[in-house]
Design a protein around this ligand. Structure first.
Ligand code: ATP
Ligand code: MG
Length: 271
């Protein structure tokens, strides 16, 4: 791994709602960013979906991100757990810090430790100068793992399902960020919201999606809302193959992700 001139831009993908498209967003952004610079995808969800989509379906014999959070003595340097994607040769431009269910146990182990909310930030330090971009996937619930994912990042992207439940998840995520800021944590800048699973019937957007998008822009009017990602079985297929929509040639489905990648790239070159 060669040294990058600037520390990595760290982007966390979070929304306090299950199935909102977090891992899909993480996969798309990480693979797209890897064509612009060296990128580390960090799986920080005990469900391990990102690791699975990148080909690591069985990590029982491998060290994972959980080991990088342990108290000193048992703690591994993150460099020892990083792997290439197994499904696709991305010429060393995309790498993965994988996770599996053992991460939920790590959450319990670190809970009594001082500074427990910033252990992922500490774990990333040795590789900040080895990557241009670090993209972190996170779990759907409020808790110590989510705090770690948020507090490790420079930027936050919130994928939001186009339903009432999705909008509540986005509002709760922004509220959580404010709570963390109120107790003097340095929180990431919110880059924006990606409405996901936007449902259309032929040429017409469904009433449910329309209502959710209206509620979203009125509840979080101060936050940028990117183009939405339509509901499509193609997304499930590309996820399963570990490809971005852009790699699969699905340009219009990938519009929102292209917008976010351009925003991340612009923020990096302006700093
Ligand atoms: N635009 C879309 N169209 C159709 N299916 C989608 C779309 N986006 C995501 N999905 C599918 O919806 C499911 C949930 O998406 P994903 O895993 O990305 O959400 P998540 O927020 O990471 O979920 P969790 O909270 O469980 O971690 C997956 O099966 C995924 O393939
Ligand atoms: Mg997920």
């Amino acid at each position: 791994m060669s040294e990058s001139t600037k520390p990595a831009s760290v982007i966390t993908i979070s929304c306090l709602s299950g199935g909102s498209g977090k891992t899909t967003t993480c996969l798309n952004l990480a693979t797209m960013l890897s064509s612009k610079g060296k990128t580390l995808a960090v799986d920080f969800d005990p469900q391990g979906n990102l690791s699975q989509w990148l080909g690591w379906t069985d990590l029982s014999e491998d060290a994972t991100i959980a080991e990088t959070l342990m108290p000193s003595g048992d703690r591994l340097n993150i460099k020892e757990i990083i792997k290439p994607p197994k499904n696709e040769d991305r010429k060393g431009k995309l790498e993965l810090a994988p996770a599996d269910y053992s991460l939920s146990g790590a959450g319990d182990i670190i809970a009594p430790q001082p500074g427990r909310e910033r252990f992922l930030k500490r774990a990333l330090k040795p590789v900040l100068n080895l990557y241009d971009f670090i993209v972190i996937d996170s779990p759907p619930a409020k808790g110590i793992l989510t705090y770690n994912a948020l507090l490790a990042a420079d930027y936050l992207v919130i994928p939001t399902e186009c339903t009432n439940k999705g909008v509540m998840g986005a509002v709760n995520t922004v509220t959580l960020l404010k709570e963390l800021e109120d107790i003097d944590f340095i929180v990431p800048t919110i880059m924006g919201i990606i409405p996901t699973r936007d449902q259309w019937s032929g040429a017409n957007q469904t009433r449910m999606s329309k209502a959710a998008l209206t509620a979203l822009s009125s509840a979080l009017s101060e936050i940028q809302i990117f183009s939405s990602v339509r509901q499509s079985t193609i997304v499930q297929q590309t996820n399963y193959a570990g490809w971005s929509l852009a790699e699969a040639g699905e340009k219009s489905l990938a519009t929102a992700y292209t917008e976010v990648v351009n925003t991340i790239f612009k923020a990096r070159t302006n700093v």
